[in-house]
Unconditional design. Structure first.
Length: 40
């Protein structure tokens, strides 16, 4: 179980998981604004 946790943390660092998550959040927020503008 501990080795799985270490592997997960290592892969998250290698693939810059935080940066990818931040980019996805930013893109989602930017796409929601026009959706609200068209809806109302």
């Amino acid at each position: 179980m501990i080795s799985l946790t270490r592997l997960t943390i290592r892969r998250a660092r290698e693939e810059r998981l935080a940066q990818v998550a931040g980019s996805l959040t930013f893109t989602t927020v930017l796409s929601i604004v026009p959706l609200f503008a068209v809806s109302f």
